[in-house]
Each structure stands twice: as C-alpha cells, then as structure tokens.
Design a protein around this ligand. Structure first.
Ligand SMILES: C[S@@+](CC[C@H](N)C(=O)[O-])C[C@H]1O[C@@H](n2cnc3c(N)ncnc32)[C@H](O)[C@@H]1O
Length: 321
C-alpha cells in the first residue's frame, strides 16, 4: 500500500469517527460576527493554522479549497464569498466529502446567511485537480501538502499554480521542520498521514513554490507545533516541528528572483525628510516600511542610517518589495 493510500485510509477513519487530537491548530478558531461554526466542524478541525484572511477575500473571489476535512474553513471562506458555488471543495475521500456535506447542513441551520450550495463539493485529487486552468482567485489547503513526498508536493503545487488566475493567491498552512528526520520517521506512512513526519525545512518548502513560478511569497505566521520525543516516537533526539501560514502569489517572477516577505521592516533615521533608493522605495524619516528580504538586504547595504529589523515571520500585507 502506498503512503497515499494510507493517507486516504486515515482520513476515512477520521471522517467516520472524528478525532479531536488528530491535528492541532496553532491559531484560535476564527469567529466572525454572525458566524456560528457547528461543534462537529470544530471537532473535525484537522488543520494546523488558518488559511482564512479577510485581506485575500475582496471582490467576490472564486475560492478553491483542497482537502476539505470537516468543512470548517470552507464555511469561513463562504462567510466572505456568500454566493452559490463561490467555494469549491475538493477531496479524494468519499467519507470526508459525505461528512462535510452533513456538516454544511448543520451550518445552514445555525447560520441564516449560509446555504449549502455556497459550497460545491467535488471528488478529486490534489495531484490532478478537476478544475479549469486560471479559474480561481484564492486557492487554499491546510495541513495536506506536508504529507506529500517531494515529487507529489511539486505536482500538487503545480496544480494549484495552473488553476489560479494571474495574481491569484495560494494560501496554506502546514507543519515545517528544520531538523533532519530519520528514515524510520520519514517512512512511517501513518505518522506522515498524521502530519507528523513529512514536514520539510521552510527554505525547501518555499523553493517548491518559487520553482512553480510564484513570484511573491508571504510568511504570515510561524509557530511552535509539536515535539517528537524518543519516548513516543522512533527517534534518538527531540525533533521540533513548527507550523507556518504562507501565501504564494501568482505574480510574475521578478528578474532578480522572488520577493519573499518574512516580516522585515526598514526605518530611515537620518536627517533628510526621506530616503529614496531610486528603485521604488521611499522611506519617510522615522516611518516603518515593510520590505521583502531582498530589499531589506539592499537597503542595509546602501545606508548606515537605515534600521532593518529581523524577520518576525508575521507579515500580513503592506510595504513594497
Ligand atoms: C489533515 S486533513 C486537513 C483537513 C482540513 N484542511 C482542515 O484543516 O481541517 C487532510 C485532508 O485532505 C484530504 N486528502 C487526503 N489526500 C488527498 C488528496 N490526495 N487530494 C485531496 N484531498 C486529500 C483528506 O481526506 C482530509 O480531508
């Protein structure tokens, strides 16, 4: 049985018998005015962060969500899109599609603004999406792609890139791990399916996104997630896993490489009214400007009167690259 089959089996079980501890989000369940999230959806929250941000959801976006789980994030997306078929949910596991369908019925009873047909549930595979090219504004996945081995991860990201419109956004949350993991962990299909042993370092994860063509990357959150300790897992050392929230935007690739925002800010503190690097960045005296890592490095070299902060790993818009 391949690890992909083992994954299907695990999520079939998790659809039939909700498993509250299966994944564990590092963010609270976002509550919005007038939104009631059914208890069963919260119990079936198998993500590790959040992919729902109001900033992505202006102008009636067409949303695609891959790996639906209990449907909680699709309901949150539907809260913003509020149109028939505004959110398409794709999943390979029949039982999960069936469970989320039931959960949307409950959501309909608890939310007078919501109709089940705001969400279009489709059976399909992240590795071969049943979705037209360039038809989606916001594509999301939460805690699925970390399960994929490298070649499959590249395929899944390539599929998301294909279906997004130009400047569309891929928003994701996944575990990452900066430490090497041994083969016993890596090859344990069940641990992989549980989002515990497939995670890779952030730079490798980002490389898959930029190799696919995404020109802008935003790291929106980075938090401690799990520890694999020798007394519970086949490892001789403690392994620390983090979770990230990340957006990859289908902007054209800049000639000098992708723009990656990790939460750096530049502040000019010289005597002039402003500092202009003549490359599109004007720093008003003592005003913070969010910058991408490339610009941060260039500004730090260009003037000794600019303070460039460390990455906060909490970037949520603004600034320039
Ligand atoms: C870790 S759960 C995450 C569920 C949901 N995103 C959440 O945050 O609660 C992974 C989901 O992906 C689905 N899945 C597994 N393999 C898949 C594949 N190859 N393509 C699409 N969905 C898949 C599972 O059925 C499950 O719903």
């Amino acid at each position: 049985m391949s690890y992909l089959d083992a994954t299907q089996d695990l999520y079939k079980e998790a659809a039939l018998t909700p498993d509250v501890g299966l994944c564990c989000t590092t963010t609270p369940v976002w509550q919005f005015p007038g939104l009631s999230i059914p208890k069963i959806m919260q119990e079936m929250n198998y993500g590790c962060g959040s992919t729902v941000s109001a900033q992505d959801l202006v102008n009636n976006p067409k949303i695609l969500y891959v790996g639906v789980g209990g449907g909680m994030e699709l309901l949150q997306f539907a809260y913003f899109s509020r149109q028939k078929g505004g959110v398409t949910g794709v999943d390979t596991v029949d039982e999960m599609l069936e469970a989320s369908k039931k959960n949307f019925k409950i959501a309909e009873e608890e939310n007078d603004w919501f109709q089940s047909d705001f969400v279009n549930l489709v059976k399909g595979d992240a590795l071969n999406l049943p979705v037209e090219d360039e038809s989606i504004d916001v594509a999301a996945q939460n805690c699925l792609f970390n399960i994929f081995k490298m070649e499959d991860l590249k395929k899944a990201v390539g599929e998301m890139y294909r279906v997004l419109k130009p400047h569309g956004r891929l928003v994701m949350s996944d575990p990452i791990c900066e430490q090497p993991m041994n083969d016993a962990l890596r090859n344990d299909d069940r641990l992989r399916a549980q989002c515990l042993s497939g995670s890779i370092p952030l730079k490798d994860y980002v490389k898959v996104l930029t190799d696919a063509g995404f020109g802008t990357i935003e790291i929106r959150g980075r938090r401690s997630y799990r520890v694999l300790s020798p007394n519970h897992y086949p490892t001789d050392e403690l392994i620390h896993i983090e979770s990230i929230e990340i957006a990859a935007i289908k902007d054209p690739m800049p000639a000098d490489g992708p723009c990656m925002f990790t939460g750096k800010t530049a502040i000019y503190y010289g005597n002039e009214e402003y500092f202009d690097d003549k490359k599109g960045h004007v720093l008003l005296q003592n005003q913070p400007l969010a910058v991408c890592d490339k610009t941060a490095a260039a500004l730090a070299k260009e003037s000794d009167e600019i303070h460039v902060s460390e990455s906060t790993w909490h970037y949520n818009g603004g600034g320039c690259c």
